[in-house]
Design a protein around this ligand. Structure first.
Ligand SMILES: Cc1cc2nc3c(=O)[nH]c(=O)nc-3n(C[C@H](O)[C@H](O)[C@H](O)COP(=O)(O)OP(=O)(O)OC[C@H]3O[C@@H](n4cnc5c(N)ncnc54)[C@H](O)[C@@H]3O)c2cc1C
Length: 390
């Protein structure tokens, strides 16, 4: 039996592992981290690689290693200055990923890695976890660090197109999408946020004049996903005092700059638009917009009536907001009498403990950690809370 078992080896799970190991609260032989992928951070690397995001949106102090300035120190030693962007010194994706790999290597995370997908968790004095392959793992303490990244959001009209001509429409973050080279132009990118914009930059450089980006709303310019005041007491003090979890959920919804993008990315798409390489349309698609048969795909935009005939539609429409992992978390909630808010998400203590020896991080911790919970800063806040409580 292990001391600690982390479910999910993404940004959140790896950050918790790093804090647990570096604080000396556990050791490599007493920790397991289970994830369906062969290697840590696979989802993160696939998603950010697919859209070729050059720089992170978050500043250099947000990374997965326990030492707060380690990314900065690593970058200064091994990279040119241009790997830090702008006033917030946002790290390049290359630097960030390299630093992740180095940090995980330093704590020997590969020795803790178990490849598998959890399908059940129950308490038999200690925790017993079962994987889809029928493997059983046991531990004293469990951290659930699965995120929403496996539930891309598909609008209803897009589901209809998928049914009719499956090979012509994808969500860019579908697990099955490994690279964009398999897709044919002309492209229609659906979405107006940072992922849609990065994807538009990438594809319109590769296929100038063959990329249209359609967004329902004017561009929402914000440096970050949420105001940095949410990283400290400025906003979290009053958030902590809210006893009503519906109010907390509303606060989170209002605080998140959904579908937004920072200025530099906005400038990039505007420049490509001016050069005629990218077309940007402010309009909507709905079920009645679509005409398909086995060969053709035509969309009529709701407001302008303009007709588009893309070869490939790529959705960059974010993720489903509902609680991830419902299929195996629901029985756990019932059997252990765990409390959940109206929105379905866990109600946990300030230490992110759902019940004795069961912790959460990332999206599942957001009713306590707040709007930044899903981000790298949120991973650090969750890891700090868990580690300092034990
Ligand atoms: C394109 C993109 C760019 C982003 N850029 C930034 C940024 O610059 N700064 C920032 O702070 N945030 C950013 N984010 C937001 C956030 O930091 C990332 O989405 C991050 O990957 C979330 O971490 P996670 O651990 O929740 O999810 P993931 O990294 O996806 O990891 C979750 C892991 O849990 C695994 N898992 C799920 N279910 C199970 C199960 N049943 N059993 C075992 N394992 C399971 C998954 O397979 C996955 O490997 C970005 C997000 C995206 C999509």
């Amino acid at each position: 039996m292990k001391d600690w078992l982390i479910i999910g080896g993404g940004v959140q799970g790896c950050t918790v592992a790093s804090f647990l190991l570096k604080s000396g609260k556990t050791t490599v032989d007493q920790l397991s981290i289970i994830d369906p992928h062969e290697k840590p951070l696979s989802n993160w690397k696939r998603m950010t690689g697919l859209i070729e995001m050059p720089y992170l949106r978050s500043p250099f102090v947000h990374h997965i290693d326990a030492a707060p300035f380690s990314l900065h120190a690593y970058g200064k030693k091994h990279y040119e200055l241009n790997h830090f962007y702008g006033n917030y010194k946002r790290p390049s994706l290359e630097l960030f990923n390299d630093h992740c790999d180095q940090s995980l290597q330093a704590i020997k995370l590969e020795k803790c890695w178990v490849q598998g997908r959890v399908k059940g968790l129950k308490k038999e004095g200690h925790w017993v976890l079962e994987t889809e392959d029928g493997e059983r793992l046991t531990a004293q303490n469990v951290v659930i660090a699965i995120g929403v990244t496996e539930q891309p959001h598909w609008p209803d009209w897009a589901k209809e197109v998928k049914k009719a001509i499956p090979s012509r429409i994808y969500h860019i973050f579908d697990q099955e999408v490994k690279r964009t080279d398999d897709f044919s132009p002309p492209f229609l990118i659906v979405g107006g946020g940072i992922s849609a914009a990065h994807l538009a930059v990438k594809l319109s450089k590769q296929f100038p004049g063959q990329v249209t980006m359609v967004t329902r709303h004017p561009f929402r310019l914000h440096a970050f996903d949420s105001d940095p005041g949410w990283l400290g007491q400025k906003y979290l003090r009053s958030f902590d005092q809210l006893a009503c979890f519906k109010e907390r959920r509303d606060k989170i919804k209002n605080a998140r700059n959904r579908g937004s993008l920072p200025n530099d990315v906005y400038r990039n798409i505007c420049s490509l638009q001016k050069q005629g390489k990218l077309k940007i349309v402010f309009d909507e698609i709905n079920e009645s917009s679509i005409q398909t048969d086995a060969q053709t795909l035509t969309l009529e935009l709701s407001k302008s009536g303009e007709r588009l005939s893309p070869q490939t539609i790529l959705l960059a429409s974010g993720f489903e907001p509902s609680m991830p992992g419902k299929e195996w978390l629901k029985p756990l909630v019932q059997n252990e009498n765990l409390t959940c808010a109206e929105c379905g998400y866990p109600i946990v203590s300030k230490d992110l403990e759902w019940c004795p020896h069961l912790f959460v991080a990332g999206a599942l911790a957001e009713l306590v950690v707040g709007p930044a919970a899903r981000n790298i800063s949120g991973a650090r806040m969750a890891a700090e809370r868990i580690v300092s409580s034990i």
